[in-house]
Design a protein. Structure first.
Length: 472
């Protein structure tokens, strides 16, 4: 109780101090500082355009403390995936005990579980799209206007939680500024030869483990409508980056780049004409046709990733709600390889109701598809997704953990299938993890996203940090 009263007093002091300033200093905290976060870079552009200052630091208390001692940051923000939710909450509680800041949480996890605002030290939760919501919060704070009635926000003030309705989805994405690439440029892992781009928002599919499933409920089905930036807007963002940096590769991070198809056809023509740099994108197997692959190849596509997930049709379609057949996956892989495009697949093991033999069948399906690299993860659904109710303690036996590390290597060297059930029983988890990390690094830098040796050195530093336990 004493902690809550102290927290309320600190919040009141902080809000009073906002009345005296017109410029807000905002600090974003991220777990993986060596990755560019497009959402935060977009927030940064919007806030800087309004005259405020923005910085970013790694999710370590010492790093945050150094920033807060050097500069008077008024707001500390966290963009939270479910996997890091506990970490961010613990970290924020420590920050709030020692600094007078207003802490806000946004992203998929707070959107699904806004009740985390009840945790000590959490002052605000942003639900859904946050660009204009964040701007309004900062503008209201800087001018002394109330902050408890802003759409998309749950705000805690004097122990009371104010729950506000959602604002409409952003209809014209061209009205948003380009992401602030300077936000991460000063980080030691900034890659000037690669750019990440998102061309649109929304997804017409309803995979049971995806955050789009609860976003669709939140926005009453509106998320199923794909909102695309204009082709000209996307091309201009890449051209601006290319004019400043030695761009060698483009990463399109859309869940599905090829929808709507008419937009995609125009994009391929303009991309070839004005950019003409190798790129990577994500696809769904059931959307891959000869015409789609021809357009990808002609516009410069070097590599693609598609969700194979599991070889078992029942698990894929009944549990994961992927609605595609094994035959569609095999045919999609054949077309991609026919056009000499590098193929990555994403796979899931430990699906509720699955067995180890079904995971091994997934390895066999990847081998049949001739993939260049296969990523694999345990199923980690967002809260309130359709599948989350089926997950209890997870299906993560030590056998499956070993299988995860040997998954991609077995696909590359199929003779390992003969002994895979023996290998996963051996107490060699750390050895397998090391092999997995080196193989992932090799495939990434020499097959999927080719870059210079500097990029490989980056990857090596990252993997050393993983082995030391300082990076996941």
């Amino acid at each position: 109780m004493a902690n809550k009263k102290a927290g309320n007093a600190r919040t009141r002091i902080l809000l009073d101090s906002f009345l005296k300033t017109a410029i807000m200093n905002v600090l974003f905290v991220v777990r993986d500082i060596d990755i560019e976060h497009l959402s935060l870079m977009l927030f940064s552009s919007i806030l800087k355009n309004a005259g405020h200052t923005v910085d970013v630091c790694s999710a370590q208390y010492c790093a945050i403390a150094r920033k807060l001692y050097r500069k008077n940051f008024s707001i500390v923000g966290y963009s939270v995936p479910t996997v890091y939710a506990s970490l961010y909450l613990r970290l924020n509680e420590q920050v709030k005990q020692n600094f007078t800041v207003f802490s806000v949480f946004g992203g998929p996890h707070p959107t699904a579980v806004p009740e985390i605002i009840e945790k000590d030290g959490v002052d605000g939760i942003c639900i859904g799209e946050g660009e204009y919501a964040m701007l309004e919060l900062v503008e209201n704070m800087s001018s002394g206007r109330p902050i408890t009635n802003i759409q998309n926000w749950w705000i805690k003030e004097n122990g009371k939680i104010f729950k506000n309705p959602l604002r409409p989805l952003i209809s014209n994405l061209d009205n948003l500024p380009f992401p602030d690439r300077d936000l991460f440029k000063k980080q030691r892992f900034f890659d000037s030869e690669k750019i990440h781009i998102i061309t649109g928002r929304g997804c017409p599919y309803s995979c049971s483990y995806c955050c789009h499933s609860f976003y669709n409920l939140l926005y009453e089905g509106e998320v199923t409508k794909i909102r695309k930036r204009s082709v000209e807007n996307v091309i201009e963002e890449i051209r601006q980056f290319k004019s400043k940096f030695p761009l060698k590769f483009v990463m399109f991070d859309d869940d599905i780049l090829v929808l709507p198809f008419e937009w995609f056809k125009e994009f391929c023509l303009q991309y070839k004409k004005y950019i003409n740099i190798p790129f990577f994108c994500y696809l769904r197997p059931d959307l891959i046709t000869p015409n789609t692959v021809r357009l990808l190849k002609s516009s410069g596509c070097h590599s693609v990733s598609m969700g194979l997930e599991t070889a078992d049709d029942s698990l894929r379609n009944v549990i994961l709600k992927r609605d595609m057949s094994k035959e569609q996956i095999i045919e999609a892989a054949r077309l991609i390889k026919e056009y000499k495009i590098r193929l990555k697949t994403s796979n899931i093991i430990g699906i509720p109701g699955s067995f180890l033999d079904q995971d091994i069948e997934t390895i066999k399906l990847n081998i049949k598809c001739g993939v260049d690299y296969s990523s694999v993860e345990f199923l980690k659904p967002y809260p309130k997704t359709k599948i989350s109710a089926l997950i209890q303690n997870g299906n993560h036996s030590h056998l499956r953990k070993n299988l995860r590390y040997l998954f991609a290597l077995t696909i590359e060297y199929p003779f390992l299938l003969k002994v895979i059930k023996i290998l996963i029983r051996l107490p060699l988890c750390h050895v397998y993890k090391l092999c997995y990390l080196f193989w992932e690094g090799y495939a990434s830098y020499f097959r999927l996203y080719p870059r210079r040796w500097r990029g490989l050195l980056w990857g090596g530093i990252k993997y050393i940090r993983i082995l030391r336990g300082t990076y996941d």
